[in-house]
Design a protein around this ligand. Sequence first.
Ligand SMILES: [Zn+2]
Ligand SMILES: [Zn+2]
Length: 264
Amino acid sequence: MPPMPNKSLSSLFIQMTGWLLPAQCWLCRAAHRHTQFVCAKCIATLPRNVEACSHCAAPISTSLNAPPRGSRRDCLPRYCASCLKQSPHIERTVAPFLMRDSFRELLHAWKFDNRPQLSPFLAGLFRDATTNEMGIHVTTNKKPLLIPVPTQWHRQIWRGFDHTWLLAQALKHAIRPDAELQPWLSNTRARQSHHRLSRAARWAHSEGRFVGDYRIQGREVVLIDDVMTTGATVSSAALACHLAGAKSVCVWCLARTPAPPSAG
Ligand SMILES: [Zn+2]
Ligand SMILES: [Zn+2]
């Protein structure tokens, strides 16, 4: 008797239904024989954050300080005007997509339409975009400590799941199964939701927002978040990690807001 393939029955079932029944793409609604939620054509056209600041992943113009694509200097770090003025608490931010158009639609389906099952798919998009297409090395030699940026408890209840925790779990599985995943950041106090705040107000509200666990000391931390808008929340989380003694802090984030947003 031949050995059973090393797959769980559920993943085998999903693959078999993908072969037999066409699925409908969540974005363009076209039928496709793909085991993913989104067809290959839509995945290829998701908006990418190609030219980005090495510190904060803010999109930067190629006409400023970015060398031409494909040149030797192309792999060197580049920085936005804000980070050139004042270096943030973050060593490196990887945010391969832009929060607009089809990617915004996908994120909203995940976060606001109660679709936690999209978490592994989004982690797979992150992995493929960072390792295959953009040449960004998201791996380090040492075992990293993954910490999701905590979300407010009342938003978790309203949403039905903790989206940054699920994303961190999926990224660990997809990229670094050896990484340690811990909830070692906590909110110091209940805060007003950032959705309706201006950019300046977001920075003011984020100051001193998090406290890091003492076990962060000496560790190489990777903060996990879904979207960076102004960077205020992640910067505050990174500062808390440094105050707790982190050796370094990097950020893995799915998407970056492309331009100064109108609502902050
Ligand atoms: Zn599609
Ligand atoms: Zn920057």
